[in-house]
Design a protein around this ligand. Structure first.
Ligand SMILES: [Zn+2]
Length: 162
């Protein structure tokens, strides 16, 4: 189970284990905004198990958070689908190959199946006769939350992510 951590400003900040969220609440560092309906029990206390917590003190985030580019994040963005043929993706493909000046960036990396990846080789989609179905983009602002948990967020989180 995971809990969403909001900054004092209500800005989503990170995703932590429920245990970590409970510790923050018990140390008066955060308040529970939403609970997942279960009860967290320890020897000393029963606490509504937090699903969303908000820090009491504002934490400065030093830079605009951009989702780090890695294999797992690309697969999540592309829903594990090959961006050329929509089959199950197993590979990461540079749309414009690095050898042709392509960059390792969100805008030039897509998930692809082994077949399309092999067919494409060191060529651009046009050169290989492949059609890219969506123009790849960097994930939206709070998509790092999805990457952090590797799945869809709890419904309770939605209002805090928008
Ligand atoms: Zn494919």
């Amino acid at each position: 189970m995971k809990a969403l951590v909001l900054n004092a400003s209500y800005e989503p900040l990170s995703v932590v284990s429920v245990r970590r969220a409970v510790v923050l609440v018990l140390h008066n560092r955060a308040d529970v905004l939403a609970s997942n309906g279960r009860v967290w029990r320890s020897e000393r206390i029963d606490l509504a198990s937090p699903s969303v917590i908000r820090l009491r003190q504002f934490v400065k985030v030093p830079y605009a958070r951009r989702v780090p580019l890695n294999r797992r994040a690309v697969f999540i963005r592309d829903a594990n689908r090959c961006q050329y043929c929509n089959r199950h993706a197993e590979n990461i493909d540079h749309v414009v190959p690095k050898a042709q000046g392509g960059t390792h960036s969100w805008e030039n990396v897509v998930a692809s199946c082994r077949r399309c990846n092999t067919k494409k080789g060191g060529r651009t989609p046009e050169q290989a006769g492949l059609v890219l179905h969506h123009k790849p983009r960097a994930p939206r602002r709070h998509s790092w939350v999805l990457v952090a948990i590797g799945t869809e967020p709890d419904p309770e989180w939605e209002q805090y992510l928008n």
